[in-house]
Design a protein. Structure first.
Lengths: 424, 175
């Protein structure tokens, strides 16, 4: 009973627009009041020890690395490279946008950052080539989710901490699901290009293909170092993140010269702005998740769920619907931290691999970045293009349908996520 | 920035600036420090093949401080994350009621956490627990919670008085 009360209280506090961190924290502290034998000072201990974590250090480091790569002109070079690769096809420039997000996803762990980095550059170019602005905006909002699916990925780091699964393996597991999502959007871009007769393409850059490749090779080398290091077992994800910071600075300052030495503090400062509100949410979320575990919430919910569904197919369908719904309203990192201890014990008895389940959760919540009313990508996209949120929201319906197909494939074909990590 | 009533006093301006920015400076320093230390450790481990014993521990403790001081920075800059369905729909007195509910709820969280963290830190200090690699008393590490959350409480009061959250557009259109 107190489980339902605690979850209800959390929802109520969230709806009252309390900062997510305080809704989670207060819901945790009020559990003893609801009659649960939980020591209040153990709640604060959980908050502190949640941050005392080497894997979680990768979160601020990848945010800093992403900030350096965006300001360092890496996003721009990746976009031109993508344009050289697919720009000449029907709907090519739209496909180049998707591909650029896919490349950028391999150096950034954040979805909104990917929308900002690629969108601010690709939307004006797409519009100047005759694409409709709401389409261009919606496309980059959706493709931005590749930032959290293609490794590195901040939600996957958080899931790894919550589910006690190797972050390195999760990163490796994210590669193919990222391709599936990317491919679904490439198909969408192609169909759209065909239907709207966007044959005239390419960004019109007068730089040769060879030069473009040479320009972007330094950027492309980032995922090689980061993923290659993790893949071969040489680095931990946190060490890889530290290397990404060092390498990003080297490329941006020395090679490309886009960041002056004196500008480094301002780059660090903008990373700080992003980092400040999220770590404490992870701390409070872990505390609330721990309270739910102590209340045996998974057993409680499992009891109800097992009455409704029989078998893993129906269970995963139910979980997907639940996660999409939560993703619409809830802050994504907090959702992962709170929902993992509840949902993971439900699916493990059905033989679902925790790594596969992590990808299901992250792809679901990535869609939550797009969908109103609480979709950060949507707001960033609308800010970049200057189109009102609700107008952009109408145009995300089509690409989101393609994302749902990708989600279904990732959910029901475990091998997409588990094949690659099983070989290392 | 702030207008200075005494243009001659540079020291005063500096203090005001520091007062407005110290969390940002702290968090940026923590972030830079553990980035550098971890890069150094990667270098020590993979190039010189003699890893240092302390960087991992040092970085993790800085992460604790980053999280808690960061919460105060988030308040200061009205950047905390909330579900803003009601604020975007609300008008007039309801907006103000929500704003106060939100800030009071946040302060309640900070104060309850601070209260229990002091209790917790007392026990850690009495047990004499020190960190394994560097030997720093653990109560110093864990003081991040009461210090960061007390700062956050004070910043919330400041925000309520100055209305910085209103200026930041927290109640009209926010992502």
């Amino acid at each position: 009973m107190s489980i339902a009360l605690s979850l209800g209280l959390l929802l109520f506090l969230l709806l009252l627009s309390l900062p997510v961190v305080s809704a989670l924290g207060l819901a945790a502290f009020l559990a003893p009041v609801l009659g649960e034998p939980i020591n209040s000072s153990s709640i604060i201990r959980t908050m502190l020890t949640a941050m005392d974590s080497f894997p979680l250090l990768a979160v601020p480091l990848f945010i800093l690395a992403g900030e350096i790569m965006t300001r360092g002109g890496l996003a721009q070079r990746l976009f031109y490279l993508a344009d050289v690769m697919v720009g000449r096809f029907t709907g090519g420039l739209a496909m180049a946008t998707v591909l650029a997000c896919l490349f950028f996803g391999a150096i950034s762990g954040s979805a909104p950052a990917t929308v900002a980095a690629i969108g601010s550059m690709s939307i004006p170019i797409l519009v100047s080539r005759g694409y409709e602005k709401p389409f261009a905006t919606a496309l980059v909002i959706c493709a931005g989710t590749l930032g959290v699916i293609i490794p590195p990925s901040i939600p996957l780091i958080i899931y790894g901490a919550a589910a006690n699964v190797s972050v390195g393996k999760l990163f490796i597991a994210g590669i193919f699901p990222g391709f599936v999502v990317g491919f679904s959007l490439l198909v969408y871009a192609y169909i759209y290009g065909r239907m709207h007769k966007h044959h005239i393409t390419t960004s019109g850059s007068d730089v040769s293909a060879w030069q473009t490749l040479k320009n972007s090779v330094w950027a492309l080398f980032t995922p090689v170092i980061v993923l290659g290091g993790i893949y071969s077992g040489v680095f931990t994800p946190t060490e890889a993140a530290a290397i990404a910071v060092a390498y990003g600075l080297f490329v941006a300052v020395v090679i490309y010269g886009e960041i002056k030495f004196s500008e480094i503090p301002s780059v660090v400062s903008s990373a700080v702005t992003t980092i400040a509100p999220i770590l404490i949410i992870a701390a409070a979320g872990t505390a609330f998740g721990r309270v739910l575990t102590l209340m045996q919430a998974a057993d409680f919910i499992g009891h109800y769920v097992n009455n409704v569904v029989a078998g893993p197919i129906a269970l995963l369908l139910l979980i997907n619907i639940l996660l999409i719904f939560i993703g619409m309203f809830m802050e994504k990192l907090a959702s992962i931290i709170v929902m993992t201890p509840i949902l993971l014990p439900l699916v493990v008895p059905y033989g679902i691999d925790p790594i596969h389940f992590g990808l299901i959760m992250v792809v679901n919540l990535a869609i939550g970045f797009i969908t109103p009313p609480v979709g950060v990508n949507l707001y960033i996209g609308s800010e970049i293009s200057g189109i009102p949120v609700m107008k952009v929201a109408r145009h995300i319906v089509q690409p989101v349908c393609f994302l749902l197909i990708a989600l279904a494939l990732i959910t029901y074909i475990p091998a997409i996520s588990t094949w690659l990590p099983a070989h290392f | 920035m702030e207008t200075d009533p005494h243009p001659s006093s540079k020291a005063r301006t500096a203090i005001v600036w520091l007062f407005n920015n110290f969390e940002r400076i702290l968090v940026a320093s923590f972030l830079s420090l553990f980035s550098i230390v971890l890069i150094l450790q990667v270098f020590m481990r993979f190039v010189l093949r003699m890893p240092l014993p302390w960087p991992e521990e040092f970085s993790r403790y800085l992460l604790i401080w980053t999280a808690f001081v960061g919460s105060s920075l988030a308040v200061k800059e009205s950047r905390f994350i909330n579900i803003d369905i009601l604020p975007t729909m609300s008008r007039g007195w309801f907006t103000h009621a929500l704003r106060w509910t939100m800030h009071i709820g946040f302060m309640a969280f900070c104060m309850v956490s601070t209260y229990f963290s002091i209790d917790f830190i007392h026990r850690v200090a009495n047990s004499g627990q020190v960190s394994p690699a560097m030997g720093i008393p653990m109560w110093i590490v864990y003081s991040a919670a009461p210090i960061g959350l007390t700062l956050a409480t004070l910043r919330t009061i400041e925000t309520l008085i100055t209305g910085a959250d209103l200026k930041a557009g927290h109640f009209e259109d926010k992502s």
